[in-house]
Design a protein around this ligand. Structure first.
Ligand code: CAA
Length: 396
């Protein structure tokens, strides 16, 4: 497969390594993840054993160079992995995406050599779990208005961090966290700094675990910091660069969430196709009726359009790596479209299943619930529209 973008003079090639990766991850996800997905969704327990196995397979640091414990593959490999894992279980793909994009990508982009060795290598190898903490109870979409504070101590050796962060994916289990907090409140978004914090240090408190509608096996919690002393060498990037680091990382994260949305949509679509072939009504399979056929056609069209936009975003990221610059627009377009496509496809999949789609005996009700978050986290659909429109209008 070769894809060329009209705007980007690059091509995306599905190499034999990518094909092998798809086969390996698909087989693993079908064998080890899909059979436990409903049970972990019900209990809300964190699937540590399969997460560790994903780490052993190199899936926790797909784009991280082998020298830092990763698989040394490219963004296409990351996207293909996300799709396959999300097809089996969205929760596993959420855990995967945070380790790969929100955590490892940011440290690889902005970290020092020592930070990469200490904080990326064990996470990429699956021995430790990473998290990314930007959001606060009163600061979500308006990410720059945070209330948490980090103050340099008199000796100039440590920042003392206080405050409450919320909606931290993998918060209840993370060993290390990329934390964004305000060091210079008078400077607004230029007063935010990123820190690498360790969960086993005094002053790091895991707060309330969120009871969620979907992706229930991916643990989400508040994190509370009470006089947490973070050494200055754990600043990620430079003091005051935190907001730009957070946004740069989210650009990469949003491609992953788009791929997750596509994976969930594909799973729902395949279930709906099977049901439309097998379910008999009015003297034949329901797939013979035009109203079901219209749904199938619209579901498939949105799935393939989402895939094309995701590949376009991968190309844009590839170009940015070679030439510099950003891929913000393409990432937001892919995330917006794919997450809304997933909402449409999972909703129609429930509808095709009728009453059975509303039952926990079929997986489509889980796909429907799991898809919902992709329009909210890593920037709501409204935020993606802001980003796209501001870019097109040349506004800030
Ligand atoms: N890359 C690099 N720099 C960027 C950037 C990007 N993608 N986006 C903005 N910036 C820079 C701008 O260039 C600007 O820099 P200068 O002042 O030097 O020119 C600066 O950042 C401020 O930009 P804006 O004025 O555009 O900022 P804003 O306050 O208006 O916010 C926003 C823009 C797009 C709404 C942004 O706040 C945003 O994306 N909000 C959503 C946050 C979000 O996605 N949160 C989810 C957190 S993660 C999560 O969901 C939990 C989890 O664990 C999964």
């Amino acid at each position: 497969m070769v894809i060329a973008s009209p705007d980007i003079p690059l091509t995306l090639t599905l190499t034999p390594e990518h094909e092998d990766l798809i086969k390996t991850v698909r087989a693993f996800a079908r064998r080890e993840i899909a059979p436990i997905a409903a049970e972990y969704d019900e209990s809300g327990e964190f699937p540590l054993a399969t997460v560790r196995k994903m780490g052993e397979m190199g899936l926790m640091g797909i784009e991280v160079p082998e020298a830092y414990g990763g698989a040394g593959m490219d963004t296409l490999a990351y996207v293909l992995t996300m799709i396959e894992v999300a097809r089996a279980d969205a929760s596993h793909s959420t855990i995967l995406s945070v380790n790969n994009s929100l955590y490892a990508y940011g440290i690889m982009q902005f970290g020092t050599e020592a930070q990469k060795q200490k904080y990326v290598a064990p996470v990429a190898a699956g021995a430790k779990i990473g998290a990314y903490s930007l959001t606060e109870p009163m600061s979500g979409s308006d990410a720059a208005t945070m209330a948490s504070r980090a103050v340099l101590n008199e000796a100039g050796t440590h920042y003392i961090i206080n405050g409450r962060k919320s909606w931290v994916t993998s918060g209840p289990v993370a060993d290390y966290v990329v934390l964004f907090t305000m060091t210079h409140p008078e400077k607004g978004n230029k007063g935010i700094t990123a820190f690498l914090v360790e969960a086993d240090q005094p002053g790091f408190i895991r707060g309330k675990k969120e009871p969620k509608l979907g992706i229930r096996a991916s643990a989400t919690s508040e994190l509370v910091f009470e006089n947490y002393a973070c050494p200055v060498e754990n600043i990620l990037g430079r003091v005051g660069d935190g907001f730009k680091i957070a946004m740069t990382v989210l650009d990469a994260g949003r491609i992953g969430i788009a791929a997750q949305a596509l994976g969930i949509a594909e799973a729902a679509y395949e279930a709906a196709l099977t049901y439309a072939r097998e379910r008999q009504a009015f003297g034949g399979p329901i797939g013979q009726f035009q109203m079901i056929q219209q749904k199938i056609a619209d579901m498939k069209t949105r799935i393939e359009a989402a895939r094309a936009l995701i590949y376009n975003a991968v190309l844009a990221k590839q170009r940015a790596k070679l030439e510099g610059g950003r891929f913000t627009l393409e990432a937001s377009i892919a995330k917006l479209f794919a997450s809304e496509a997933a909402a449409f496809v999972t909703d129609e999949a429930v509808q095709i299943h009728g009453g059975m789609g509303y039952s926990k005996e079929f997986p489509v009700e889980r796909y429907y619930r799991d898809a919902r978050i992709t329009r909210i986290y890593e920037g709501t659909s409204e935020v993606q529209r802001m980003v796209i429109a501001r870019s097109e209008l040349g506004l800030r």
